[in-house]
Write a protein that binds this ligand. Structure first.
Ligand code: NAG
Ligand code: NAG
Ligand code: NAG
Ligand code: NAG
Length: 287
């Protein structure tokens, strides 16, 4: 038994759970769906278009009149009037959509909560395509062009596709390596050998590499996408934001595997020291 090895075992266990959560968060309604990679806020989509009423679509003009006719629900009703949702949140395997409660705008007393109404089916190598998702739901007769959907979003979607697929593969490798490292850590606690510590160190390093790159993609590339969407979407009422919970989970898993890797190096060195002092004492005892 080597009780100090319980420390890297614990780190690996938590990292394993976190890496699975990164993959499966939001893959079903009610299943930690607030841990999104990023969220697109479309609650004000079309609002400026409706205001300037330069639209060529007569249907859009009639919606505009409808919304203006309704009680002061102008703000709350834009997305619903277009038949789309207030927000779309991207996850690794699918996306979820829903409405802000009580309304899309924050005021001093109430922060809007996300009320997810449904999530798409789980798909391996999934990537979120907001253009397709919104096009599918838009009231017939209205096109994204009517709403002045920015064409720059197409480039952003392409980036999201590449980044999402890379992240999917990396999280699978990362979760598998963390799972093996967990099994190895159990053996490492039970057996006292130096080889076990070194193998566990290699597994922890592999997991660290995969999770680290995936986390970097989530932080750097996805936030660049969010920045682009905000830059080009602001005028037409689209905004995006990063999911802080997801980033927290993915970086926590990465840091825990880094700690586990260092701990296993310590274990292998400590083992060697224990053994050499054992030999030394043995020789001394003979004299
Ligand atoms: C959604 O976007 C609108 C317009 O960009 C903004 O005013 C509103 O505060 C956003 N709501 C949330 C909950 O982020
Ligand atoms: C904030 O919004 C909620 C729900 O729309 C409303 O009940 C409340 O009065 C608002 N508070 C302020 C200070 O406007
Ligand atoms: C969330 O949406 C569902 C219907 O989609 C509704 O029944 C429920 O009351 C909403 N929850 C809140 C807190 O508004
Ligand atoms: C999602 O899955 C359900 C059942 O597994 C299926 O009936 C449905 O057609 C799927 N939806 C899509 C869009 O693939």
């Amino acid at each position: 038994m080597r009780l100090t090895a319980l420390f890297p075992l614990l780190c690996t266990l938590v990292a394993f759970i976190l890496s699975l959560l990164c993959i499966f968060a939001g893959s079903k309604r009610g299943y930690i769906e607030h841990a999104d990679i990023f969220t697109l806020n479309t609650s004000m989509l079309g609002r400026t278009t409706l205001d300037t009423s330069k639209s060529s679509s007569s249907l859009l003009n009639s919606i505009e009149n409808n919304i203006k006719g309704e009680v002061n629900d102008v703000i709350a009703g834009v997305a619903k009037a277009l038949n789309i949702h207030d927000f779309y949140s991207a996850h690794l395997l699918n996306y979820c959509e829903g409405y802000f409660t009580p309304g899309p705008l924050a005021n001093k007393t109430d922060d809007p909560d996300k009320n997810v109404t449904q999530c798409s089916n789980r798909t391996a190598l999934f990537h979120f395509d907001p253009t397709a998702a919104i096009q599918k739901e838009l009231k017939p007769g209205i096109s994204l062009a009517d709403l002045r959907w920015p064409s720059a979003i197409k480039d952003a979607v392409h980036t999201v596709e590449i980044a999402s697929k890379a992240m999917f593969v990396l999280y699978c490798v990362g979760a598998a390596a963390t799972g093996l490292a967990l099994a190895g850590a159990f053996l490492g606690v039970l057996s006292n050998g130096r080889a076990a510590a070194l193998i566990n160190n290699a597994l922890a390093l592999l997991a660290l590499l995969a999770l680290g790159i995936a986390s970097a993609i989530a932080s750097v590339i996805m936030s660049k996408v969010v920045h682009e969407v905000n830059k080009h979407g602001n005028d037409v009422g689209i905004s995006a934001s990063m999911g802080k919970t997801f980033l927290g989970m993915t970086w926590a898993a990465t840091i825990l595997m880094a700690i586990a890797a260092v701990a296993w190096i310590y274990e292998s060195v400590a083992h060697r020291r224990r053994q050499s002092s054992y030999i030394f004492e043995g020789k001394k005892g003979r004299y």
